[in-house]
Design a protein around this ligand. Sequence first.
Ligand code: TYD
Length: 197
Amino acid sequence: MFIAFEGGDGAGKTTQIDLLRARLTAQGRDVVVTREPGGTELGVSIRQVLLHGDDVAPRAEALLFAADRAHHVATVVRPALQRGAVVLQDRYLDSSVAYQGAGRQLDPVEIKRLSLWATEDLLPDLTVLLDVTAHDGRARRGAVHDRLESEEDDFHNRVREHYLQLAAADPDRYLVVDASLPREEIAAIVAERVERA
Ligand code: TYD
């Protein structure tokens, strides 16, 4: 089973992944926790360039995220799924669709096509969208800002709206949770949905 966690910066994805990992591990499941960008050695280099390097042209940014994803899926995610593990992933293809497609205003349909090519059409079984406003996200992530985080609120509002559209268009594959709820409450909602899936 492949579960992706998505949402704006500061939504609390990492916390929720940790809580779900603990729950599934306690049930004896083989759980792999990973992330994009940066889920492989190559990905760590790409992440550094993307988030902490100099300015990157929007199309180059989209291609670098897609390159990270292609390598990550081929060498980490598919092998884990093939051996029957549950993969919990911090960000996947919808991050590109929302950030590069809607945020950078490249065409979301083209960005999705690029990632599908990169991953040979691998889609999550479930995507958990932790919905956070631009304002709350900024407040929650504190003072440290990477290149994407430091975009203005308009950018983050476009990202959020696009995530919500993606989820509304395909409710069977998405769970949308209000990221401002207490973390234990979010964890219970997520666990209930995962156990039904
Ligand atoms: P993330 O790892 O969630 O940041 P942090 O470690 O600070 O919590 O994500 C890094 C940034 O990269 C985030 O601002 C979203 C952005 N991003 C994209 O723009 N496109 C993508 O395809 C992915 C995977 C991430």
